[in-house]
Design a protein around this ligand. Structure first.
Ligand code: SF4
Length: 274
């Protein structure tokens, strides 16, 4: 069986091998494709995934799946639905953040076999057992020995940060660590976590970032900007994430929200301000 994977849009994480495609089928295709999966990461791409299904299902048996369809993630296979280098070592979370679909889709945290990769995208790595977390850092140390920089772009939950995590991070020296900072409570946890980093003399060298959700119902441009500035004042680089509902709807005035998001999603510019 030769599986082709199709993606409605290209992102930094989209695989680039000869059986990975973005959009409609190209004029020339490998002849040995026997099955097609359309992988949809964002709910607002479901309509496009259905359009692609119409075209790709003429080539081979085809199905639509991926996180946007509510499908639970399987065991992680490097390079299959994410580009080589990205890695998922656990799925799920017991949290109850109002904007997050992960607990509903994936259920409680479950540990997966630790595959090789350098950019960790787990839903909530720090909710895993100590032995699992240590195994992930061991794998990342191997990556570092092969001269690969490491990243935690999936985000670490600041509320769970403990001294031993910081010791592991100090040794690994990742290029980027992201935290979530979407609510008052999370801001408090981020501030507390930073105290631990300081006590451990962890010099961040522009490695600490925080996702800040903006543009959700009842949010205002002024409030959103204040939250971003507040994170910046902690000397953490804020990364604005624009809230969209399931249909992809962005709050009005759309142009202003998009401008604000772009302004706070450029680390080089923000570091200059820092
Ligand atoms: S802690 Fe993270 S993964 Fe868990 S519910 Fe909140 S945002 Fe989602």
């Amino acid at each position: 069986m030769t599986l082709a994977r199709v993606f409605p849009r290209k992102t930094n994480a989209t695989p680039e091998d000869e059986y990975a495609f973005v959009g409609l089928p190209p004029a020339i295709l490998p002849e040995d494709i026997t099955e097609i999966h359309i992988s949809t990461a964002f709910t607002y791409d479901i309509e496009e995934a259905e359009r692609l299904y119409g075209a790709w299902s003429k080539i081979a048996p085809c199905s639509i799946g991926g996180p946007a369809t509510g499908q639970r993630g399987e065991d992680f296979v490097p390079g299959k639905y994410l580009k080589q280098g990205y890695v998922i070592t656990s799925r799920g979370c017991d949290g109850s953040c109002w904007f997050c679909v992960i607990p509903k889709r994936e259920g409680s945290v479950r540990e997966l076999p630790v595959r090789e990769g350098r950019n960790v995208l787990d839903d909530n790595l720090l909710a895993c057992s100590e032995s699992h977390i240590r195994a992930v850092f061991k794998m990342l140390e191997r990556q570092k020995k092969q001269k690969h920089r490491t990243f935690f772009t999936g985000g670490l939950e600041a509320a769970r940060i403990q001294e031993w995590h910081i010791e592991l991070l100090k040794k690994l020296r990742p290029k980027e660590i992201f935290f979530g900072c979407d609510t008052e409570e999370k801001f408090h946890h981020l501030r507390e976590a930073l105290k631990l980093f300081k006590e451990a003399e962890y010099t961040s060298r522009n490695t600490l970032h925080a996702y800040v959700l903006i543009g959700y119902p009842k949010d205002t441009l002024q409030d959103a900007e204040k939250r971003l500035e507040r994170v910046k004042a902690l000397e953490v680089c804020p990364m604005a994430m624009l809230y969209r509902d399931v249909s992809g709807f962005v709050k009005e005035p759309i142009a202003d929200w998009k401008r604000l998001q772009r302004l706070w999603a450029r680390p080089a510019l923000i570091y200059r301000k820092l």
